[in-house]
Design a protein around this ligand. Structure first.
Ligand SMILES: [Zn+2]
Length: 245
């Protein structure tokens, strides 16, 4: 009954209903990166009642993170982000299971996830997460934001389209990072919230948008949708015998 009250505003949506709520409760989502993207996506997943959130990040919170990583409080500076984030998410919804993990431990539990979110800021981590998701056949919602631009890719080469390495062939170089290039808080927040929405609607079976890339220009206030094609020579998904082309 409490659940009915708690989630009433989404249960009343015919596309969600009681069945959808139960689907969310039965779901496990793994989030890599509890920075600006995870700060925005995780509270919405917790609020919606996703039953288990596995959150991974190796870093401690720095003062310069608070400008955009609004899940945290000043008192959290110096704490491990996963510990501070877990406390906040549990305070938001005591009914769900929030598990803080170091990234290596999270990768070892990837098989438990229904959807994986990448909100990390290093290419090396992105490629490792993508390769693990392709190997485990897990859908990946991969997001990035820098300056006034963001993008989100919904990747599931077992269903349709390519993987992250089809879009960005591995080069061994780190991406431009926010600490060098800058980022506006609401830009990364918008992308993180959209990442949560793409995850929820996938968990609910409302849309199958595997193989799509959504780009967001905060300067022009424009979203664009592109297709992520599968590269048959991709070093990651090209070597897997995945069913659909
Ligand atoms: Zn690929």
């Amino acid at each position: 009954m409490t659940d009915l009250q708690r989630y009433s505003r989404q249960i009343v949506l015919p596309e969600i209903g009681i069945n959808g709520q139960q689907m969310l409760r039965d779901s496990t989502v793994m989030l890599f990166g509890m920075g600006g993207l995870g700060s925005a996506s995780a509270p919405y997943l917790a609020g919606a009642g996703v039953g288990q959130l596995l959150i991974a990040d190796p870093d401690r919170l720095e003062l310069s993170n608070l400008q955009r990583q609004v899940l945290y409080r000043e008192a959290d500076v110096g704490r491990h982000k996963i510990e501070a984030a877990a406390a906040q998410l549990r305070a938001l919804n005591h009914d769900i299971d929030v598990v803080p993990l170091q990234p290596a431990a999270a990768l070892a539990r990837l098989h438990e996830a229904d959807v994986v979110l990448d909100g990390t800021d290093r290419f090396s981590a992105r490629f490792a997460i993508n390769a693990a998701c392709v190997a485990a056949r897990k859908p990946l919602v991969s997001a990035a934001a820098i300056r006034f631009e963001g993008q989100i890719a919904v990747l599931d080469p077992t269903r349709r389209g390519g993987c992250y390495a089809c879009m960005y062939p591995p080069q061994g170089e780190d991406a431009e990072r926010c600490e060098d290039a800058g980022i506006a808080g609401p830009v990364v927040g918008t992308v993180g919230v959209m990442q949560a929405w793409l995850t929820l609607r996938r968990l609910l079976g409302l849309a199958d948008d595997a193989g799509t890339l959504h780009t967001w220009s905060a300067e022009h206030l424009q979203w664009r949708r592109l297709t992520v094609s599968r590269d048959p020579n991709c070093p990651v998904c090209g070597t897997h015998d995945l069913d659909p082309a």
